[in-house]
Design a protein around this ligand. Sequence first.
Ligand code: PLP
Length: 381
Amino acid sequence: MQSPILLSSPLYNGNEALYISKVLTTPYIAAGGDFLSEFEYALDGHVQPMKAVGLNSGTSAIHLGLMLLGVEAGDYVICQSFTFCASANPIVYLGAIPVFVDSEPTTWNMCPEALEEALSELDKKGKLPKAIVVVDLFGMPAMYDEILALGTKYQVPILEDAAESMGSSYKNRPCGTLGKVGVFSFNGNKIITTGGGGALIADDSNLLERARKLASQARENVHYFEHLEIGYNFRLGNVQAAVGLAQLEDISGKIAGRRKVYESYKTILGEFPGVTFLEEPDDVFANRWLTTIRIDAHKSGFDKEMLRLSLNDNNIESRFVWKPLHLQKSFSGCMYFGGEVAEIIFEQGLCLPSSPQLKMEDQQRVVSVILEQGINKKKYV
Ligand SMILES: *Cc1c(COP(=O)(O)O)cnc(C)c1O
């Protein structure tokens, strides 16, 4: 059996071990150590003019972000349907009601027309949503000019789920800073990792202060434990922050690696009948977290499941793109606006191995399996 090729492995090529060992010379292993403040300070540099609060996951960052936007039980919150469940689960944690919206085919993210339809329907009911969760999937920013204009028109704030898009930008504005609040994830396979972790991004100093307090059990600033409200245990630990700081020092190298992987796939497979890539629109820089292709089974002669199985036979990990949330049992009964764009992308989409350290010969192994599928296409037709 050939050596395994994973979908997305972390890359520790810097000061990770050094910084962890430094933490272990101090008693400050939990939240509240120097590395947490240094990591936050370093993150601030990537989200100017906004600032970052280090948290224990991207999911908690979304949860906290929705609370800061005033989401309460019984409120509606609009969310992109084509995304990972963690974009919408926190809506339900808060007792609020998700309303799902379709994607558009250019960026695969929230469709502005479907969003407008949802907003105007909810407006007619006299129940505008409290927030809109927009996601930049696979590192590709959504269509923010149109989406932000709708947020302004209906006076509904936007939470940007930039869990997958740290380091990407839209018209020179970094992802994470495009809404009223933004979210990063530092889970194991994201652009940078802390093992587990996330960050909340905002520019309003009251919001930032409130985020830090709610994430630390809503403890009042006195020497004993005084609590005026219910809080959460959401802060990032110092060991994780130490890893994050080291990871962040080389974020541009990691993005360059992933972009190179994307370019090589595109060069080799770009002309392949029925295979299409997620292209970067003008004025957009994508971190290319995962290279994703769409396979039109009738033009290519094979479908994503056949390809996934062949890759798997060759010890290569690939994965379907996110199954739209309005089709998940966990969200059955939720309102949905739009057509079948997200559903069709799900039917066709496959994520290819995209680690920044992927070697050319390994990428060639992936590509040769895809080309072979093309040659054996009679299996499908
Ligand atoms: C990874 C991810 C999250 C959740 O982040 P965690 O750190 O794993 O909690 C949320 N949204 C999207 C789109 C993600 O890819």
